[in-house]
Design a protein around this ligand. Structure first.
Ligand code: NDP
Ligand code: RET
Length: 314
């Protein structure tokens, strides 16, 4: 149970990656300011989290089952929280989807929206009324740079994050009137199971109904660039957990929080030209005309940021 003075933080999707690391980082806070309710849809997957939590498990960190795609599971989970009192809700659970749209069924697309968009809406609808009554609370949403800027062959995933950005941008104004803060965290690539799962899915892909040129652009042009970008710009779940902790500890938390400054110029393009031409043309050129150049640039970037070179230059 939370001590008085401790903030109750509920986090979705804590079986791996970013959610797991945020849960452990907050539960290990030196000043013990947080009582963390780490949730996951399948408690059989709890071992990694329990191991990472170590001796704070059962003290500042507890576990509850929660599937963000089920109304019943969400209600049951929140009803199991003492007085339904949640100070900080961190909507982290999410799934990726990659590939030419022709080969993706509408069912698969709906699953992504069910998790990434309706999952967040379901959580906010359940937690917000209590926060409104108390005139306090902070809702954090794990968005993505793809919630701000479309990325080729990530069409449906991007759309699900855009939908959430639009929903939250609208909600933030109303919530402010109730002294409830809303913050989006917008990471670029992060090394987690998200990346592994997507690569496994790609390996199994059969591309039904997709023409040969599109398959070639996806496999031989997009995928190598994407792998380069993950290698050169990829952050760790620890980076995102630190950024999230900073956001919830800020006296005036920002609404948008890009975690990777290397992405700032990419996102800025769309605001620099309201016709959209600048971003569409730039991404086209980056991918189809400067692919090899981008590979070299990413390799240089990787070298500049890798610790071995840093050690050599000191
Ligand atoms: N990795 C990246 O490059 C980036 C990720 N993000 C976002 O970060 C968030 C976390 O992803 P990340 O840690 O990278 O990926 P992981 O795949 O490691 O973690 C995703 C988590 O979401 C959970 N989840 C999926 N569906 C549900 C559901 N219906 N109910 C409850 N939990 C569910 C998974 O549980 P289970 O184990 O049961 O599947 C898992 O715990 C996502 O919202 C993602 O979109 C944003 C930017 C970049
Ligand atoms: C290929 C390519 C790009 C790829 C970006 C990628 C691969 C981003 C991945 C982000 C993730 C994984 C977010 C998760 O939510 C850029 C930089 C837009 C430039 C144009 C070419």
């Amino acid at each position: 149970m939370a001590n008085s003075g401790q903030k109750v933080v509920l986090i979705t999707g804590c079986s791996s990656g970013i959610g797991l690391r945020i849960a452990v980082t907050l539960a290990k806070d030196e000043k013990k300011r947080y009582h963390v309710i780490a949730t996951m849809r399948d408690l059989k997957k709890k071992n990694k989290l329990v191991e990472a939590a170590g001796d704070v498990y059962g003290k500042t960190l507890m576990l509850l089952p929660l599937d963000v795609c089920s109304d019943e599971s969400v209600k049951q989970c929140i009803n199991n929280v003492k007085d339904r009192h949640i100070d900080i809700l961190i909507n982290n659970a999410g799934v990726g989807l990659l590939g030419p749209v022709e080969s993706i069924s509408i069912e698969e697309m709906k699953r992504v929206f069910e998790t990434n968009f309706f999952g967040v809406v379901r959580m906010i609808k359940e937690v917000m009324p209590d926060m409104k009554k108390r005139r306090s609370g902070h809702i954090v949403v794990m968005s993505s740079v793809m919630g701000l800027q479309g990325v080729v062959f990530n069409d449906v995933y991007t759309a699900s994050k855009f939908a959430m950005e639009g929903f939250c941008e609208s909600m933030a104004v109303q919530l402010m009137k109730f002294n409830i803060r809303l913050s989006m965290i917008e990471p670029g690539p992060v090394h987690t199971e998200f990346e592994t799962k997507m690569m496994e899915d790609v390996a199994k892909m059969e591309y039904p109904g997709v023409d040969a040129d599109t398959v070639r652009y996806f496999k031989d042009v997009y995928l190598p660039s994407s792998i380069d970008i993950f290698e050169a710009m990829g952050q760790t779940p620890e980076d995102i957990a630190k950024c999230t902790k900073k956001v919830i500890e800020s006296s005036s938390p920002r609404f948008r929080n890009l975690t990777n400054s290397l992405y700032t110029p990419i996102v800025a393009l769309k605001y620099a030209d309201e016709t959209g031409g600048l971003s569409v043309n730039t991404f086209y050129n980056l991918l189809f005309n400067f692919g090899p150049l981008m590979h070299i640039t990413m390799s240089i970037l990787k070298c500049l940021t890798c610790s071995c070179l840093r050690r050599r230059t000191i």
